[in-house]
Design a protein. Structure first.
Length: 150
């Protein structure tokens, strides 16, 4: 599956701290002070993703990638890729969401990301990565941000 992203300069991406059962990617044009997009993968069962990366190009998963995820989650003989959902015709047990992408993670060449989960949620809105006394409606602080001295 190729996630539908809202308009925006989503150049920088990183893995955000999250609770169990949730894998979250944050994105914006500059992650120094805030992010404006979150891809929330609920009930992830397979994650291959750099902690920080830039300029991802999302694409459909290849047949080999679907096989890899199927093997990792214990779904034998599950591949028959040919659909447009990133998974194709598969036996029961494979997650509904399979997101693949190529990105710049600072190495010699592009890296591949592959994330399989039960559900994908796209959340937009400014999330501050530093303490602010006042937070305007529709904005929030990242969960790890604490007041000074705490």
């Amino acid at each position: 599956m190729v996630p539908e992203l809202p308009e925006g300069p989503w150049w920088e991406w990183d893995v955000l701290p999250a609770q169990p059962g949730l894998f979250v990617l944050g994105a914006d044009f500059d992650l120094s002070y805030h992010h404006g997009l979150e891809l929330r993968f609920h009930e992830p069962v397979f994650v291959q993703c750099p902690e920080y990366f830039m300029d991802p190009v999302f694409r459909e998963a290849t047949a080999a990638e679907v096989e890899r995820v199927a093997g990792a989650v214990g779904v034998a003989g599950a591949v028959g890729v040919g659909g447009t959902d990133g998974v194709g015709e598969v036996a029961g047990g494979l997650p509904e969401v399979l997101v693949a992408f190529e990105c710049d993670a600072g190495g010699a060449g592009p890296e591949t990301g592959l994330i399989a989960a039960r559900r994908l949620e796209t959340v937009t809105g400014v999330v501050f990565r530093y303490w602010r006394e006042q937070v305007e409606p529709g904005r929030r602080r990242a969960p790890w941000v604490r007041p000074p001295g705490e």
